[in-house]
Design a protein around this ligand. Structure first.
Ligand SMILES: C[S@@+](CC[C@H](N)C(=O)[O-])C[C@H]1O[C@@H](n2cnc3c(N)ncnc32)[C@H](O)[C@@H]1O
Length: 241
């Protein structure tokens, strides 16, 4: 995690993920939250909010706050939601003053938790379950399930704008229960020499039922919704008991 762009080059995050349709995802999230009784104006907290791609749109509907492990990501998020509280914290141990109406954790951020003990810690009465009021909602977009992971597949993501051109390539690999991606970046920025670096991502391929049970045990009545925001990810939808 320490050598990912989240920690080292957060300014490249929005460029490499510019293909992601945050406004459309927020429309879908608002519909799901409405079904869970979470109305416009409700208090929402996003764990692992990154650079605030979702918060930037959610803020027009809800009273939002967010946090992320990496201060550089939080700094960028803060520029997009200047009226809201964004802070640096770990999802396995954060604290907030007042429980919120709904907690979101999106784009597979929970996949960075390495094992069941860490997922249980995040779900627990010391973290997610403490942060959501009884009757409130939990929406978590997980990483891939074990059966969805395919090894030895090449990937490439491009960002191609006049002042910033990026090629990021990797092949998929596996180490036991963990998916492993060594991302090779080539970055050409105006005014800089071309940069090459490698970041290492390691995400736990947690079985869907294992994760669902972790939320269930922590105090959320939880179901898995296959029709989520991104293909193959789905969403865990929880109701705080
Ligand atoms: C793929 S990004 C997703 C960011 C954002 N949710 C989005 O949709 O763009 C994963 C994020 O998870 C954050 N993260 C990883 N482990 C974390 C932890 N234990 N606590 C809080 N944030 C964490 C990283 O810093 C990174 O910003």
């Amino acid at each position: 995690m320490h050598d990912t762009i989240y920690a080292t080059r957060p300014e490249l995050y929005d460029a490499i993920y510019s293909f992601k349709d945050y406004p459309a995802e927020v429309v879908r999230l608002a519909a799901l939250l409405g079904q869970l009784g979470i109305r416009p104006g409700s208090r929402l907290l996003e764990a692992a909010c990154g650079t605030g791609g979702h918060l930037a749109h959610l803020q027009h509907i809800y009273d939002v706050a967010g946090f992320d492990l990496n201060a550089g990501m939080v700094g960028i998020a803060a520029t997009k939601v200047p009226q809201s509280r964004v802070f640096t914290a770990d999802m396995t141990s954060f604290k907030i003053r007042e429980p919120v109406d709904a907690l979101l954790c999106l784009f597979s951020s929970i996949g960075y938790l390495p094992d069941l003990a860490a997922v249980r810690a995040a779900a627990s009465a010391f973290a997610f379950a403490a942060a959501v009021r009884p009757g409130g909602a939990l929406v978590v977009e997980p990483w891939l399930a074990p059966a969805d992971w395919v090894n030895d597949r090449p990937f490439m993501t491009l960002h191609d704008k006049p002042d910033l051109r990026i090629a990021r390539v990797n092949t998929s690999a596996q180490d036991g229960e963990h998916s492993v991606m060594d991302m090779h970046w080539l970055v050409a920025r105006k005014g800089h020499a071309v940069e090459h670096f490698v970041e290492h991502h390691r995400l736990w391929l947690c079985p869907r039922e294992t994760m669902r049970q972790a939320f269930e045990e922590a105090g959320f009545t939880t179901r898995f919704e296959p029709d989520g925001l991104l293909k193959d990810r789905g969403l865990f939808i929880g109701h705080r008991r």
